[in-house]
Design a protein around this ligand. Sequence first.
Ligand SMILES: *Cc1c(COP(=O)(O)O)cnc(C)c1O
Length: 445
Amino acid sequence: MTDLRSLPSVDRLLADCGPLIQSHGRLAVTEALRAELAAIRENRPDPVPNAPEILVRVGSGMAARAQSRLRPVLNLTGTVLHTNLGRALLAEAAVDAAIAAMRAPAALEYDLESGGRGERDSHLRGLLCELTGAEDATVVNNNASAVLIVLNTLARGREAVVSRGELIEIGGAFRMPAIMEQAGCKLREVGTTNRTHAKDYREAITPETGLLMKVHTSNYRIEGFTKEVLAPELAGIAHDAGLPLVNDLGSGTLVDLRRWGLSPEPTVAEAVAEGADVVTFSGDKLLGGPQAGFIVGKREIIAAINKNPLKRALRMDKIRIAATEATLRLYRDPDRLAERLPTLRLLSRPAAEIRAQAERLAPRLAAALNCRAEVVDCASQIGSGALPTETIPSAGIALSLAPEALAERLRGLATPIIGRIHDGALILDLRCLPDDAALLDAIAG
Ligand SMILES: *Cc1c(COP(=O)(O)O)cnc(C)c1O
């Protein structure tokens, strides 16, 4: 028989809770004690736990709840720009700029020369024009909002002409047809999935047409019997009809990635030079900055976008503006970009260096986790839809021990380790591991 008479009171327990109250506050500790006592009264465990046992349980429960679910993790998935793990890591200069903007007032919309009202976008406009060759630029919350506001500004109540081969879904609710609908414009599909010709676009243009659109098919490739109309020709078709060409690049990069041994992605400067009137791209994909949506292009169009009431709804905050400005500045010195920009540094890490790291760490992991740990070749991915069919040679550690259970155990660490299950083993691709100690410390925790 469970005898609840020995159960201590909340007040008695509180008297021994000095350090817990110090960490979590008296109110939270009192509530946790009440909840624990209520659970014991309800479940009537036998024997009834004594005061020290109750305090240990309450303490560990509170410590677990106090851990943020947004705390840092080790991304050993092999996907460098992992959307579910927050995409790009910021450069130190960007982190410093963000912290400074958080700590003190900043002249966000204040003109330091005149003492009058300034413009939030002015901090980024010059840099974006310099790095892309565009006449003007504006920024919004992310690239999905960039596409939304561009379509809404240029083609509300009218038609937007897009090839059937480019009606992408990025994931979740971002599907080009759905965005068009939200923007209030009518999708006019042309061509077929694999082939679209110049005459398909020309024949689709009517007095109802608001714009022609090209979408970078970032997360898939159509191969084989294919035909697309490239941007320079499409710009000609649009301009002959007095219409703008919009080019959504998605993961637009500002530099030629071949310099770092990677496959080329179209650069924003190329897209501008090819005659697009507006180009949209993301801040936290290949560009390696915070979440942002960039819109660069013709002056009158950017001015019209800035006047759209949606602009206020989709605007960026000062913290990200500061971090974005610092990130963009790094592009002025491409020679040192790979040193300073984590995304590029991680993407260009040589496989041999990663393999040497795996050789050093595998025996230590085997000992710590009490399982077989084998060094394996693996293939990293850029992620976020960039170059989906290309992989980058990498190396990792394959842990062979009930992979699902092991993956769960590593996810439960104070610094969770996120790997990838492949062929019945848990693979830790070490491309994104900052240093040996990061993994050893995480395992030890
Ligand atoms: C990723 C992507 C988007 C969406 O960009 P977010 O910054 O994730 O909002 C839009 N279009 C294309 C082509 C993309 O690749």
